[in-house]
Design a protein around this ligand. Sequence first.
Ligand code: FMN
Length: 329
Amino acid sequence: MKVVAINGSARKDGNTAILIRHLFAELEREGIETELVQLAGHVIRGCTACNQCQVNLDRQCVIKNDIVNEVIAKFSAADGIILGSPTYFADITAELKALIDRAGRVGGANGGLYRRKIGAGVIAVRRGGAIHALDTIHHFLHIAQMVVPGASYWNVGIGREIGEVEKDEEGLRNMRTLGENIAWLLKLTRDERKPQGEPRRGIHHISVHTEDLAASLRFYQDLLGMRVVNRFGNPERQMVLLDSGDGSHIELTAPVPNPAGNAAPGPGPLLHLALRSQDVRAVVEQVRRAGHEITVEPKDVQLGPDRASVAFAKGPSGELVEFFQTHDR
Ligand SMILES: Cc1cc2nc3c(=O)[nH]c(=O)nc-3n(C[C@H](O)[C@H](O)[C@H](O)COP(=O)(O)O)c2cc1C
């Protein structure tokens, strides 16, 4: 398990970083991997409200000349996310706010990239405004559907010059308690985040050949509330996987017809039915022995961040059946 922390301060290795490292010490003691990303020296502009992330669905911000996409990828891969900031005029730094606005928008557009990760804020302060700054971070953590543990006090350390927070005994104790609580919660919820938690049988997805991918997304995602969980394919043939709500999915394929033998030959938008399989190669041999045509032999595929083994066969009525075996990330 891994926790990524952002230090939003303009001062590298200042008081905010010191507080985060005290928290990290507890996580590391519990065997949890940690990584600190410091924004000092980085220029991060705010969200331009172009809303392209809601169209592209590629887990990226269209502004590509700064650190934001790198951070989004780190957030997506992490089990826990810590956002740290010094208090600047009773709030967080402009750089951290810009990062939150853009990473938050991309996360929301892509079906909740940070959903159910463990999140916490950490604030360094000279004298006043820390609670307001912490609230700013909490607004993001909560709307991103993260789970936010508490500690023995609010997550604040007091100090002005670099290193002064080391004298704030209560602040440091609170960081250790926060670290313990994050570690406890991470371990408690670990199995929930594992791909093995997926059902092992049943329907993995139903594949729909879209006439207009954006219109289909408006229907399934915006109108029916399904969450985008993966996006793969290539620019010529984009594919989007949405969670239908019970662990099965709708796979939307962009308009270009698929010549690869995994699309139904007849007209109509339904391409194939994908059944979860624990061993694609074994089930294909069974189906072949029973006399059914295998249209695509078993193969290993990389679908965005997910690995799978797939094969296709014709069912008794000519329907196309995919056998779909997921592999752990
Ligand atoms: C632009 C700016 C604004 C600040 N505003 C506040 C403030 O509103 N309240 C406060 O108590 N300290 C304020 N401070 C002091 C910092 O929060 C404090 O020195 C903190 O320990 C810095 O953490 P760092 O070493 O991680 O940057 C401000 C500092 C700067 C540079």
